[in-house]
Design a protein around this ligand. Structure first.
Ligand code: ADP
Ligand code: MG
Length: 586
């Protein structure tokens, strides 16, 4: 699914562009002036040449003229080089600005927005669409600026020479403008579709590369190949369509000027015949029509070019319109090692992932005092992981209240709330980088002693000893692949290093072997003496040692109690205990 059009009409694309260009307006202006100066130096050359030839024919020394001419040539080249360097540099700065803004924004996206968008498409917006701003900045803005100026100057001169002929010329230009008014939006539309197709391609690529083993194992390469090719071909088709309309636009402008030339010749000829104007005036005017050609081509080219950029700008704008969390200057400090454990309560929490999806929580209520271990059990799909997501405020409940330390979670500063929590997700990922980077992800300031200790308590020491470069071994995409159980221990270690006031473990030991699981259980029990620990667990051994057990089923809390109480009092729990827990207990 691609990004939906935001409800509030977005501001026009050019406004966003100006926002990115504004910090660089003076360098952009300098670049444009340098380009103009280059043109002026070029224009001066024929005059100097004329002087030189005059000097020659009058037997005067030509040294001065030669020096001047050489200086002009060098100045022309230098100004030209400097001008294009400054312009290109400015354009790259605009791209940089857009990329920085987008990447900061994407990191702050709210999880529901992430759920509904394709990461590959977002990636294309940051990488490919921003690149298109380069040409928009230089060619379009500068082209419209300098071309427009020349155009106005030329038109003023034409008006001074003969207002009637100017009227004729403007009528032709107006006609061409009408045709362009039809063509230009089509360029925009085709460019937009071409860029969308690049987004689709990014999304498909991400899908494929994320599951390449499964695709190979399923023998599905051919079908996936077709999808990728279809997206690439769609981008080609739309780009070709944009090229067709761009070509039509350029040539419409050219044709209009030829028609203007002929019309001026005809009308001007008649005016000369009636004696309304001199022949010289007509000749001068025709020369101006000729001069008009280049700025008009430049402006039309710039407008055409802008359409591609505007399509990209709109896509960037859509990404920036996705709901995001407020930005915070810096991450909140982690809790002190001796910080009080947190209390937590859900009160009649109702929640669904989207308006058109069924409720996942139908009024969930439970309370967890500080310290100790609370286990969440229940069939898969009961809403256990969702409890943790709501605590982290990845989503907001539709109604009901979640309190942390007696305070409404939505009143907490988001970074402060999250810094109090250690969260080991179900299927927590290992990030590309070293093992150490992975451990320190949530606590970059942790010292070596703390790392060594946590490596030991999470029984990662064996792994670290085995890896060629110990903690500095690369893991993840381009490094050593870790097993499921190793990944889980890394995730637990990562969470423990934050010495959280509230520790959330979502099936965090499900893939451990019996020995490691027993050891980690002791570690967690130890942590629960000073921290509030919530676990989703499927193993009876973990569940029975909990201080309280919350039994969830189909988005409701069925019962809360100890193992002994629940076996006697809750049929579902008794059944789970008898079958599921025991079946997965070693
Ligand atoms: P549990 O952890 O108890 O197995 P979850 O809390 O993960 O259950 O999921 C509860 C229900 O919510 C399931 O039906 C699941 O399909 C649905 N669900 C979970 N995450 C999302 C999501 N991001 N978007 C839509 N539905 C979801
Ligand atoms: Mg779950």
């Amino acid at each position: 699914m691609s990004i939906a059009e935001p409800n509030a009409g977005p501001p026009p694309a050019w406004r966003l562009l100006l926002g990115y260009v504004r910090p660089h307006r003076w360098t952009l202006l300098a670049g444009a002036l340098l380009s103009l100066a280059t043109g002026a130096a070029g224009l001066a050359l024929p005059l100097v040449a004329r002087g030189l030839i005059d000097d020659l024919s009058h037997d005067r020394t030509i040294t001065g003229a030669l020096v001047l001419m050489s200086a002009l040539v060098v100045a022309n080249a230098a100004l030209g080089a400097l001008g294009s360097y400054v312009l290109r540099r400015t354009a790259e700065s605009v791209v940089l600005g857009a990329r920085r803004a987008l990447s900061s924004y994407l990191l702050r996206l709210r999880i529901p927005a992430v759920d509904r968008t394709e990461p590959g498409d977002l990636m294309a917006r940051v990488t490919s669409d921003t690149t298109l701003l380069r040409e928009v900045t230089t060619d379009s803005l500068v082209g419209i600026g300098t071309g427009g100026l020349t155009l106005v100057a030329t038109i003023v001169m034409m008006g001074l020479v003969d207002p009637v002929l100017l009227g004729v010329t403007l009528a032709v230009i107006l006609g061409a403008g009408t045709v362009l008014g039809v063509i230009v939006p089509r360029i925009n539309k085709a460019s937009r579709r071409a860029q969308d197709a690049v987004g689709v391609m990014g999304a498909s690529l991400e899908r494929v590369l994320g599951a390449l083993r499964t695709i190979k194992a399923s023998g599905a390469e051919h079908r996936e190949e077709e999808r990728l090719h279809a997206a690439a071909e769609e981008s080609w088709r739309q780009s070709v369509r944009a090229a067709k309309w761009s070509a039509a636009a350029g040539n419409t402008a050219g044709l209009a000027m030829q028609i203007a030339f002929i019309t001026v010749l005809a009308v001007g000829g008649a005016r000369v015949a009636t004696g309304a104007v001199e022949v010289g005036t007509l000749v001068a005017f025709l020369l101006y029509v000729f001069y008009l050609m280049s700025p008009i081509q430049q402006v039309v080219g710039a407008i055409t070019q802008y359409q591609t950029g505007a399509a990209a700008l709109t896509r960037i704008q859509e990404a920036l319109a996705l709901p995001a969390e407020p930005s915070s200057a810096r991450p909140a400090p982690l809790p002190a090692t001796d910080a009080e454990p947190a209390a937590l309560a859900f009160d009649e929490v109702r929640f669904r992932y989207d308006d058109d999806l069924p409720y996942v929580h139908h009024g969930v209520t439970f309370a967890v005092p500080p310290r100790g271990m609370t286990a969440f059990v229940g069939p898969s799909g009961a809403g256990k992981t969702t409890v943790f997501s709501l605590i982290e405020r990845f989503y907001d409940p539709e109604s009901g209240v979640i309190t942390v330390d007696g305070r409404d979670a939505s009143d907490w500063d988001l970074t402060e709330l999250r810094s109090a929590i250690g969260y080991v997700e179900q299927d927590a990922p290992v990030l590309s980088g070293s093992l150490r980077d992975n451990l320190l992800l949530g606590s970059p300031e942790a010292d070596e002693d703390a790392v060594t200790r946590v490596v030991k308590t999470t029984r990662l020491d064996g792994l670290v000893a085995r890896l060629p470069r110990g903690l500095d071994t690369l893991v993840g995409h381009r490094g050593t692949k870790l097993s499921g159980g190793e990944r889980q221990r890394v995730a637990i270690a990562r969470a423990l290093l934050r010495h959280p006031r509230l520790l959330l473990l979502d099936e965090a030991t499900s893939q451990l072997d019996a020995v490691n699981e027993a050891a980690l259980r002791d570690t967690v029990a130890d942590v629960a003496r000073t921290t509030t620990v919530l676990v989703v667990a499927h193993r009876l051994s973990t569940v029975t040692m909990a201080d309280r057990i919350v039994v969830m089923d189909a988005g409701r809390v069925r019962a809360v109690g100890t193992h002994r109480e629940l076996v006697a009092g809750d049929p579902l729990y008794a059944e789970l205990a008898a079958t599921q827990f025991l079946a997965t207990t070693d």
